[in-house]
Design a protein around this ligand. Structure first.
Ligand code: SF4
Length: 87
């Protein structure tokens, strides 16, 4: 679970956030391009909150795959099923 007490300072305001435990694997930026950006140190931060279910799903994918569990939401704790494409 992402840690709000370690939230990246560049996150935009809102429920979704990235914490500073990000290990720069690039998964989040791949799955949620345009929502997650990279800071000068290579860590991810949330550049824009999702707008609608498709963009929300685009954040759940890296939230589930993130090796450091750095991406999460303060409002939604579980992803809508399924969050990964089934075909
Ligand atoms: S998936 Fe996690 S560790 Fe990888 S870039 Fe995104 S926030 Fe960082």
């Amino acid at each position: 679970m992402a840690r709000l007490d370690s939230a990246h300072p560049d996150n935009v305001e809102g429920p979704w956030f990235v914490d500073t435990r990000c290990i720069r694997c690039d998964v989040a930026r791949h799955w949620a391009s345009g929502l997650i950006e990279m800071d000068n140190a290579g860590r991810s931060y949330l550049a824009r909150q999702p707008d609608g279910p498709e963009e929300t799903a685009a954040l759940w994918r890296p939230a589930e795959a993130c090796p450091s569990q750095s991406l999460g939401s303060t409002e939604i704790r579980r992803p809508p099923a399924p969050s990964f494409p089934t075909s």
